[in-house]
Ligand binder design. Structure first.
Ligand SMILES: NC(=O)c1ccc[n+]([C@@H]2O[C@H](COP(=O)([O-])OP(=O)(O)OC[C@H]3O[C@@H](n4cnc5c(N)ncnc54)[C@H](O)[C@@H]3O)[C@@H](O)[C@H]2O)c1
Length: 308
């Protein structure tokens, strides 16, 4: 039985645990700093098992001893951006959380594959990889996976077809400089560039880029969690089953796309070892230019990190 830990028992973390339990992906541990919340949510999920018919065991805890032996650790611990807080403030607060969480992962689960979800995603994944004492391929981020499932949803809505036939690709940073790629977004193998005019594609691209904000606008005080949890589940499943599925992941670049020593969203093969390969796609000149903007922006956030 595989052991999967989720750090942070908030909206994203607890929903991911629910999805993974229902799919019987392994024994689950949910850890949070707030006492009682992970324990209560775990018990509530265990009491759903007889009806939903899953045998996964779920433990809620505040004690890092319980994550010992984890095959995968997902980091969703963090605070959301509050009114009056700028990007730099959020970066600082969540940096301290990532440092604390990763120091504990190094001590208690040094053999795990680690998936970072906490925002701002790209610099947080970079920071996690610096604090964790493990190979770069075993640390990656979930961002483009969510952006791609949003793009796929909007394509299906526009075409009035099944989402099951759509495969979408979004690369770059997990923010408004992300890069949805229409030529690599297909419906049963047919690129959407063959199925829609440029203006329609641009509308879907823009909606994807604003996909997170569109939901925040509805919630007012909080951000999306169902699709993020589904994205986490998809990535964890590829690791624990060693499926080697190809999907967007925030991976460490060593020359791919012309960048070195930075984490950014790219298509990657995900398996037992984490990121097992990166696919270097052919991009148009315009897309190369936009990717540069996106990566330069990630690099400037990385420079703000206080790395000792
Ligand atoms: N990468 C993505 O695509 C994506 C998508 C959605 C949300 N997010 C990010 O995921 C994070 C969580 O979002 P959410 O909606 O679940 O927030 P939430 O506030 O519901 O949950 C966050 C949880 O983290 C816990 N926490 C805080 N500090 C901790 C620490 N040091 N150790 C352990 N737990 C700690 C909190 O107690 C809380 O339960 C945020 O940073 C959010 O921006 C990322």
């Amino acid at each position: 039985m595989k052991k999967i830990t989720v750090i942070g028992a908030g909206n994203v973390g607890a929903t991911a645990v629910q999805r993974m339990a229902e799919l019987e992906m392994g024994d689950l541990v949910m850890l949070d700093i707030v006492e009682g919340i992970p324990q209560g949510k775990a018990l509530d999920l265990m009491q759903s098992a007889p009806l939903m018919e899953y045998d996964s065991h779920i433990r809620g805890t505040n004690d890092y001893n319980d994550i010992t032996g984890s095959d995968v650790v997902v980091i969703t611990a963090g605070v959301p951006r509050k009114p009056g807080m700028d990007r730099k403030d959020l970066l600082k607060i969540n940096s301290n959380i990532i440092k604390d969480v990763c120091t504990n992962i190094t001590e208690y689960a040094p053999d795990a594959v680690v998936i970072v979800v906490t925002n701002p995603l790209d610099p947080m994944t970079y920071l996690a990889s610096r604090v964790l004492d493990m190979p770069d391929n075993r640390v990656f981020g979930m961002g483009g996976m969510l952006d791609s499932t949003r793009f796929a949803t909007f394509v299906a809505m526009e075409l009035g077809c099944s989402v099951k036939d759509i495969s979408a690709m979004v690369i770059g940073s997990h923010d408004n400089l992300m890069l949805p790629l229409p030529q690599y977004t297909t419906v049963s193998g047919i690129p959407i560039t063959e199925l829609m005019d440029e203006d329609t594609i641009q509308e879907l691209v823009d909606r994807t880029i604003n996909g997170g904000a569109e939901i925040v606008k509805y919630f007012k005080n909080g951000s999306a969690f169902y699709a993020p949890a589904a994205s986490i589940t998809h990535m964890v499943e590829s690791v624990i089953r060693d499926s080697k599925r190809i999907m967007p992941a925030t991976a460490y670049l060593k020359g791919e796309y012309g960048y070195d020593g930075v984490y950014a969203g790219v298509p990657a093969k995900i398996g037992r070892e984490g990121v097992e390969d990166i696919i270097d796609l052919k991009l148009s000149d315009k897309q190369k230019e936009l990717l540069t903007k996106s990566v330069v922006n990630i690099q400037s956030s990385i420079e703000l990190l206080e790395l000792e």
